[in-house]
Design a protein around this ligand. Structure first.
Ligand SMILES: NC(=O)c1ccc[n+]([C@@H]2O[C@H](COP(=O)([O-])OP(=O)(O)OC[C@H]3O[C@@H](n4cnc5c(N)ncnc54)[C@H](OP(=O)(O)O)[C@@H]3O)[C@@H](O)[C@H]2O)c1
Length: 202
């Protein structure tokens, strides 16, 4: 398969792209690193990327930002960071990407446990994840030519424990092999419209 991994040099993305590179042709894209450059918050940038890489079998997005801050400190502009980047960035990857996918291709988006089990300071980040879950379930009903779509929603991943552990008291870190398997299930399996939850109770 020809697989585009956006955010493929990030904490999760580098594990995902390295795994898929064993058996597939992988194109790694990122905002400031990777073979291809893209800012998913900009539709023009997404379109340029799709033109460059050509027809694909799978698009995997492991990129997107949202602002973490106490609810009282979150401005409207702060919410728009997550809406423009993680939410609409991933929606636009699908909207603009359908015509670049082969029949029975797939989209795999990334959300996270905050959609189901939020922690303080995540009113924006959790909201965006929940919106993506609803988008995935709805758009799957209308994608043409057997194209599938799923989201992988992980708990705090092992490789990010040092960075985030104080925000997630009592959460067990998810092993990277389990996180990667969520993406494998989406890309190499047959499921669609699924939120693939990789939490510590599954
Ligand atoms: N870390 C966790 O424990 C965890 C758990 C569940 C879900 N998630 C979610 O998984 C995703 C990735 O997390 P991560 O920890 O791997 O993050 P990360 O280490 O910060 O990596 C994110 C990657 O995405 C790229 N990126 C960010 N914004 C982009 C944009 N606008 N356009 C294109 N590329 C962009 C970054 O590229 P540059 O570095 O070049 O900017 C980087 O390669 C996030 O949506 C996060 O919420 C993370």
């Amino acid at each position: 398969m020809k697989i585009l991994v956006i955010g493929g040099n990030g904490t999760i993305g580098k594990r995902v792209s390295a795994h898929f590179a064993i058996n597939h042709e992988v194109f790694v894209a990122g905002r400031s690193s990777g073979e291809y450059r893209v800012d998913i918050a900009e539709s023009d940038s997404i379109e340029s990327l799709y033109k460059l890489v050509g027809t694909l079998d799978a698009v995997v997005c492991v990129a997107g930002e949202a602002k973490w801050a106490p609810f009282e400190g979150l401005s409207e502009a702060d919410y728009h960071v997550g809406i423009n980047s993680k939410l609409m960035g991933q929606v636009n990857l699908v909207r603009l990407g359908v015509s670049h996918l082969n029949d029975e291709g797939s989209f795999t988006l990334t959300t996270g446990i905050l959609a189901d089990d939020p922690v303080p300071m995540t009113a924006s980040a959790a909201m965006v994840n929940g919106g993506i879950h609803s988008f995935v379930r709805a758009v799957a009903l209308e994608l043409p030519r057997g194209i599938r779509i799923n989201a992988v929603s992980s708990g705090l991943v092992e490789d990010a424990v040092e960075k985030y552990t104080t925000y997630f008291p009592g959460h067990n870190a998810i092993p990277m092999s389990k996180v990667v398997n969520g993406y494998v299930k989406s890309v190499e399996g047959k499921a669609t419209a699924q939120i693939i939850r990789m939490y510590d109770n599954t």
